[in-house]
Each structure stands twice: as C-alpha cells, then as structure tokens.
Design a protein. Structure first.
Lengths: 149, 149
DNA sequence: TTTGATGCAAATCGTTTGCACCAGA
DNA sequence: TCTGGTGCAAACGATTTGCATCAAA
C-alpha cells in the first residue's frame, strides 16, 4: 500500500485535490487497473477530474517509484498500474479471466546472482510472471469441454 | 529459431510469398524487433508488402505459438516480437540501451512448483525479466558522472 | 472453385502534448 | 508571487479493420 501523503509531500511534486483523489482511488482498488479503469472510478466520484490528469498523475507516481506499470501480456493494449513498486513482488495471471495473484519467492535472488556471475551484467530489478488458469476458469473450461462431447 | 516451412504448412494457415518473406526476415534478425522495425526491413526487400500484412502475419504466428510478443518495459509503446515461443527462455534488458540477453535457469521450475503448491493455481508458462545496466552503458554512465563532478 | 490472404485507407485505441488558465507552496 | 498542475482539445503512435481484389489449396 502507498503511504501517500507522507511519501509524496517529501518528494518533488505538489499535493493537489486531484492527485489526492486519484491516489486514494488507486489505493482503494485491489487489482491492477488500467489508466482508463482508474479514470472511470475517479471520474464517477469527481467528474471535474480530467483523463489527462489521471495519466499525468500515474506517470508522476511512477517516476517517484510509488507505482509501477505492467504489461503482463505481450498483446494487450493498455498498461496496467500496480499500486506498489516494481521490485518487491511477482505475479501470476490467469489467462482466462486476468485474475492477478501476487507472490514472493526467495530463489529469485539465487537466479539473479547466478545470472550476474555468468554474464557480467548488473541486475537492479527482477520480475517473474507466471501465466496459467485459476480454479474457477479451470472448472468452467472442463465443464464446457464436457458439454461439447 | 523457427523451422518455418514445416511448422507452418502443417498448421491452419496458407503459405504465401509475403508470409515466407516476413518469416525469413524475422529469423534473420538476431534481436527482438517491433512490428515496425520488422516492416522496415521487409519493405526494403519487398516494397509491395504492406504494413498490415506484417501485423497480421505476426498475430497469426503468435496464435500458432511460433513467436511471442513481449513488453519488457511497462511504459514502452510498441510490442517486441521474440522469434521463439514464450515458454522456454527468459530475458535481461539493459534499461539504458534496450540490449536483450536471453538466458535459462533451472530454478524457475522450483519456483513454479512452490507457487502451485501454495496457491492451488495451475501454471502453464513462466517468464523472468531482469532489468539492469550492461557494461557499455555502465562505463558511459560513470564517465558522464565523472565529467559532471 | 472456394476460402483465406492482401493492399489500401480509414478507423480505433491508448496515451501524450500545446496552450491558456488556475492554484499550491 | 511564481512555479507547477489542470482542463480541454487536438495530435500522436501503434495497431486493427472494412472492403474490394487476388491467389493458394
């Protein structure tokens, strides 16, 4: 979760009502919304807030390191915003319903260390994306397959 | 590398001169080109091939599982195409020059197994993205920093 | 012959930007 | 006050699509 007020007031930008509202909305959402999805919620609550402001605020938050943008799927159009920094967790995505599950795993550090040793490249960030099918979608899929047979 | 002729003739689509040219060009490139970059090369060799055809061919190849599209960076606009399936290798990206280095690591299987056990979710694909700085860019950066001081 | 692929241009989608105005520090 | 943020609309880049034509199987 972002500790919005504090982190932000100590950094470069100004705290405005629009930014506060966008931040509060982002924190209230449990998933990884696109800019448009976030805009829809923000706009419903505060119709005077413009779409550009949402985009600008998200970009600003990303440069501040408070959120990270993701593209879990190579062919998806819109970026999704993760209300946490990029560096400290990984993701599972259901290919059917886009459910996102976050996780951590200590072995990533071993992988990074091995890679750096083998390739003489300096790694500063790592992310794992797992893709698969969640139980609900699995049930639906097998049900559909059974009906077809 | 794609074994183009064989894999494709056995699958759904038709082999046309355009598709052959696009495939050969994609195989000849060693990096992970965007659709536009690929189009430029293809178009230089065969000016009659249209941009739409490149996009359509890439989408088709992806549904056939012969290439995979990537978005290594959350905020980058264009998708990059990897002339290999998504499942069998991982990537390091230099944040300065976009150099891509591919690698494999056996521990990913342990991570997948642990995740599946802990979350009761079925994983069918995994990819690791490491981000960092390559030696050339590191040298340039430290040089620039030294000059500034 | 028939179905699917192509070229072209226009449309679409997600995102950014120029500019005049406004407000937080 | 003055720098930086906002709303608006227009621009933009990447990608897709409708349609008439064409060619692989």
């Amino acid at each position: 979760m972002i500790s919005a007020q504090r982190s932000l007031s100590s950094s470069g930008g100004r705290m405005t009502p629009q930014r506060r509202m966008i931040l509060e909305t982002l924190e209230s959402l449990t998933d990884h919304p696109t800019a448009e999805q976030l805009y829809v919620v923000v706009h419903a609550r505060a119709p005077e807030i413009n779409r550009s402001t949402v985009y600008r605020t998200l970009n600003w938050l990303e440069t501040e390191g408070l959120v990270s943008s993701r593209r879990f799927n190579g062919d998806q159009r819109a970026g999704q915003f993760d209300p946490r920094p990029a560096c400290d967790h990984h993701h599972f995505i259901c290919t059917e319903c886009d459910l996102v599950v976050e996780f951590e795993h200590p072995l990533i550090d071993t992988i990074i260390a091995d890679f750096q040793r083998d390739h003489a490249l300096e790694v500063c960030e790592a992310s794992i994306v797992l893709r698969g099918v969640c139980p609900a979608c699995r049930a639906r899929l097998t049900q559909t397959a059974r009906e077809a047979a």
